[in-house]
Design a protein around this ligand. Structure first.
Ligand code: 6PG
Length: 251
């Protein structure tokens, strides 16, 4: 991995900086390959929650190509979505569609191993309840994902945990629905506890437009209502911020 700088922010996580976005995606792919091998060796399966947005799209496409494609045992891999926009799965706004087009449909993962949020039927609140039920059935009483990929918005949100929203305080649920005024849509999202219980939480961040929010989140005062990404803390696992030099410019 071509990591040119590391900064240890202790409980806020460890920052790893790569020269550019290609090195960023290579480094992230390498970490996912290792996490998958370790999880499959230890527990016979690898569970990963994918994030949406634009940043991870080239990473997903990379994982579907050699050499990465054959370095992961897809038959033992389970895909989840850390959050979803409540739009039809055929919509270009759908996180599942983005991940499916770039990766999931391109690798031999069994259909039963793809745990998607149903946004094509019913209402958002039902979709969140059903997804939570599926996660509880899959993991048992203490859900613990092996890998939770996250992004960060320029407003400090992560997954679909947005500033000022009541969902930031939810601790007795795994998945919630929220009608978010800021983006004029319903979202379904992992809650803070579910994310924080993951074995590895990794923020994948690229580009100069994220330099300001990263400085606020990692070096600024603790203001989680305004900066929801500050709620993400590893609960027994690891918290990594993997970013390119452009995003790390203000750290
Ligand atoms: C979503 C994502 C969201 C995303 C950030 C960053 O549904 O949009 O899950 O949390 O990770 O908004 O998005 P970009 O990668 O496009 O900057």
């Amino acid at each position: 991995m071509n990591v040119t700088k590391t900064i240890d922010f202790r409980e806020k996580g460890k920052v790893l900086v790569t020269p550019d976005v290609h090195a960023l995606d290579d480094a992230c792919a390498e970490m996912i390959v290792k996490a998958a091998a370790d999880a499959i060796a230890a527990r016979g399966r690898f569970t990963i929650a994918l994030s949406g947005g634009s940043t991870p799209k080239p990473l997903y496409a990379l994982l579907a190509t050699e050499p990465w494609r054959t370095r992961i045992d897809w038959s033992r891999t389970h895909f989840f979505l850390g959050d979803e926009r409540f739009v039809p799965s055929t919509s270009n706004q759908s996180n599942f569609k983005m991940a499916n087009d770039a990766l999931i449909s391109k690798v031999p993962v069994p259909a039963d191993n793809v745990h998607r949020i149903d946004t094509d039927h019913g209402e958002p609140v039902e979709a969140a309840e059903e997804y939570e039920e599926e996660i509880r059935k899959f993991f048992g009483p203490k859900p613990r994902l092996d890998f939770n990929l996250l992004g960060i918005g320029t407003n400090g949100h992560t997954a679909s945990l947005f500033p000022g929203r009541p969902t930031l305080k939810v601790r007795d649920r795994l998945v919630v629905a929220d009608e978010i005024p800021e983006v004029h849509m319903w979202r379904i999202t992992f809650t803070v506890p579910l994310i924080n219980d993951s074995r590895c939480i990794l923020f994948l961040v690229a580009g100069a437009d994220k330099a300001g929010i990263l400085n606020q989140v990692l070096r600024g005062p603790h203001e989680p209502e305004r900066l929801p990404s500050q709620l993400i803390r590893a609960n027994g696992g690891s918290l990594i911020w993997l970013m390119d030099e452009a995003a790390a410019a203000n750290l």
